[in-house]
Design a protein around this ligand. Structure first.
Ligand SMILES: C[S@@+](CC[C@H](N)C(=O)[O-])C[C@H]1O[C@@H](n2cnc3c(N)ncnc32)[C@H](O)[C@@H]1O
Length: 207
């Protein structure tokens, strides 16, 4: 970790202790990544922007909740990073990470145990998990918006909020999803990519 990281995360209220926890996470991910492909190799040079900052920016956009659900967590982005951030605020939020890949789940459980993060991992397919009723639901690089809204329909509480990082094609995804879903969406500027947004969504119901 270099001093650049301090600059990168400035304004996000990341404490020294949280930064140390994230650095420990990074070190383990770098050990495990060659064997189980937690993140693409091409993204490793820009690791703190592409993965840590990209995840941390969701934490400040989320309402206070007891139950945060992250779907298709992979190496823990964004759910596990937000769980580590939540430790700093002792917010009483419990994180649930759903990840069907068994080896990635072992990695996630290792980080959770070593850091004492307030999170659990369910190693099943999202469709096979009983409705969670989450207050906040996140997912990155998992499915198009139409697919994500079906997951909201199953797992998000009626008053809950979903946060989805989306790339340059987000307007098309919203238009396509409106054919099958009613929902309210706000497009918030991403801190990591100029044309990317974070869709903040609530009130999901089938058309
Ligand atoms: C492209 S990766 C993204 C991982 C992480 N969210 C990120 O942005 O770095 C998608 C992950 O979702 C998991 N996944 C895909 N479909 C799933 C499903 N139906 N149920 C549970 N996990 C799923 C895959 O195993 C994979 O780890």
């Amino acid at each position: 970790m270099t001093t650049d990281v301090d600059g990168l995360l400035s304004g996000l209220d990341v404490s020294r202790e949280t930064l140390e926890r994230l650095a420990h996470y990074e070190a383990l991910l770098k050990q495990w990544n060659p064997k189980i492909n937690l993140v693409s190799r091409s993204s490793m040079d820009d690791f703190w922007t592409r993965h840590m900052l990209d995840s941390l920016q969701l934490y400040r956009l989320a309402p206070k909740t007891e139950s945060w659900l992250d779907l298709g967590s992979g190496g823990g982005f964004p759910g596990l990073v937000c769980a580590i951030m939540a430790m700093q605020h002792d917010a009483g939020t419990q994180f649930t990470l759903i990840e069907s890949d068994q080896r990635k789940s072992v990695f996630l459980r290792t980080i959770i145990r070593e850091l004492g993060a307030p999170a659990r991992v369910i190693s099943k397919r999202i469709e096979a998990v009983a409705p969670v009723g989450a207050g906040v639901l996140t997912a990155r690089a998992l499915a198009d918006l139409d697919g994500l809204l079906a997951y909201c329909d199953r797992h998000l509480s009626p008053t809950g909020v979903a946060l989805f990082p989306k790339g340059v094609n987000w307007k098309n995804e919203v238009a396509e999803a409106r054919k099958r879903w009613n929902f309210t969406a706000e497009a918030l500027t991403s801190l990591t990519e100029p044309n990317a947004v974070i869709l903040k969504i609530h009130g999901v119901a089938r058309v």
